[in-house]
Design a protein around this ligand. Structure first.
Ligand code: AMP
Ligand code: MG
Length: 419
């Protein structure tokens, strides 16, 4: 292993720095879309509250609005009115009285608490607090404007829009949202052995599985894939592929970055003036990973960030998840750029044959359980190397083995990345 290769942490931090640097200007393009189709997009302009939220002091219980100092188990209070959810706020609460109220209804002015229905003794027209029950001012209602005040900034741009953000936007009257345009990511697969999915591979040939896999990943991470024609392993083929004007924000090249005779991608990138930030990382799989930028060419609108992903399918998938996703997130305008590692508990020892020195990403299967106080259980999937798509398809995550460990023991808490 060459000692000048970067470790995982160093390489990941170079990627993170690049992602931070481009985040501010990466996204110039915005579009307005219906709220109903905004899930998974990135908010491009902040949201503001159109009204105080809640717009009135809102009861959170069915019960009786009253003043905490007036209600007790000794003195019965007359029930002088009733408000249902959806009705306008009632008249102010007269002194020494209670007002029947439903969940979601406006609490009358003057009341400072809502006593739960279950906590009172009721006659035809009075209530008193049930013995042993207490109530304090402020209980069981949310004050007007407690969540936000009219005009408040309630959501930042750069936030990823999911169901909760959609609900908030709906509550403030946004039927459309301004979002960033999806980045375009070009996929260039290379290799003389590759044939199309619908053809029968001749001797020594295999179907191109990376192109559809990478396209699926790019879509999953909120971008639009542009699949280019596969390039043969010749300098001419790569030069002409790279010369194509691709109006893409990022370029993913698969294959041709190892040290073999036909690994011609790096020299081809160098011929278009590429700047390399790293060429190889101490990881397995994915060690030959290349990261850099092609300077702006006359025909293209901007410089183009690229990754040269090792062609083995699991290497391509792992390096995409661990290194390309932060750049993709930044290009998409997201303010959440880091891979989402989560903790799990290892169900079985990993094999300890591997030499330490490489950070390893092993295809693994994580089982989520019902329990709220146990970590998900994870175990590695037996595999025949980084071309084993059968094993990979049984996995749902990568298990991370740090570079100073040869393996990890059953029961230990480990870091995984769901894929
Ligand atoms: P390379 O990185 O070009 O040396 O390729 C490493 C391994 O990955 C070889 O076994 C290739 O046949 C395989 N490979 C390369 N590109 C693809 C692809 N697009 N789809 C499936 N396998 C690939
Ligand atoms: Mg190749």
């Amino acid at each position: 292993m060459s000692s000048d290769l970067l470790g995982y942490e160093q390489a990941a931090s170079i990627v993170a720095q690049y992602a931070h640097a481009i985040r501010g200007y990466a996204q110039q393009c915005r579009e307005k879309i219906n709220l109903a189709s905004a899930s998974g997009r990135i908010l491009a302009s902040p949201l503001h509250a159109d009204e105080d939220q809640p717009p009135f002091p809102r009861s959170t219980r069915d019960g009786y609005a009253c003043r905490a100092t007036e209600v007790s188990s000794r003195i019965a209070l007359p029930v002088v009115g009733i408000t249902h959810a959806g009705e306008a706020p009632a008249a102010p609460l007269p002194e020494k009285s209670a007002w029947e109220i439903m969940t979601g209804a406006p609490v009358p002015e003057g009341a400072d608490c809502v006593v739960m229905l279950e906590h009172v003794e009721r006659t035809a027209d009075t209530i008193r607090l049930a013995p042993s029950r207490t109530i304090a001012s402020g209980e069981n209602f949310v004050a007007r404007g407690a969540q936000s005040r009219r005009g408040d900034h309630i959501l930042d741009s750069g936030v990823s829009i999911g169901s909760s953000q959609i609900a908030l936007a709906a509550s403030c009257g946004y039927s459309a949202l301004e979002v960033f345009c999806r980045p375009r990511v070009a996929i260039l697969t290379t290799g003389d052995e590759l044939v199309a999915i619908d053809s029968t591979p001749g001797p020594g040939k295999i179907r191109n599985s990376n192109a559809p896999m990478l396209a699926a990943l790019i879509q999953k991470f909120g971008a639009d894939p542009v699949v280019l024609a596969t390039a043969a392993d010749t300098a001419e083929a790569l030069d002409s592929a790279l010369a194509q004007v691709v109006h893409a924000d990022m370029l993913l090249i698969s294959g041709g970055v190892s040290a073999g005779k036909h690994d011609l991608v790096e020299p081809a990138l160098a011929r278009v003036g590429a700047q390399f930030y790293f060429t190889g990382v101490k990881i397995q799989p994915g060690k030959p990973l290349v990261f850099g930028e092609i300077p702006r060419r006359p025909e293209s609108p901007t410089a183009q960030v690229f990754f040269g992903l090792p062609g083995n399918p699991i290497s391509s998938a792992a390096t995409f998840h661990f290194f390309a996703t932060p750049i993709l997130a930044a290009l998409a305008g997201s303010n959440e750029i880091h891979p989402r590692f989560v903790l799990a508990q290892l169900a079985r020892d990993t094999d300890r044959k591997a030499k330490p020195g490489l950070t390893r990403f092993l295809p693994a299967h994580c089982t989520f359980n019902r329990s709220v106080d146990a970590l998900p259980q994870v175990e590695t999937v037996p595999w025949h190397g980084s071309g084993d798509l059968t094993a990979f398809a049984q996995s749902n995550c990568f298990l991370v083995i740090p570079e100073d460990k040869s393996g990890l023991g059953a029961g230990s808490t480990v870091r995984i990345l769901l894929h």
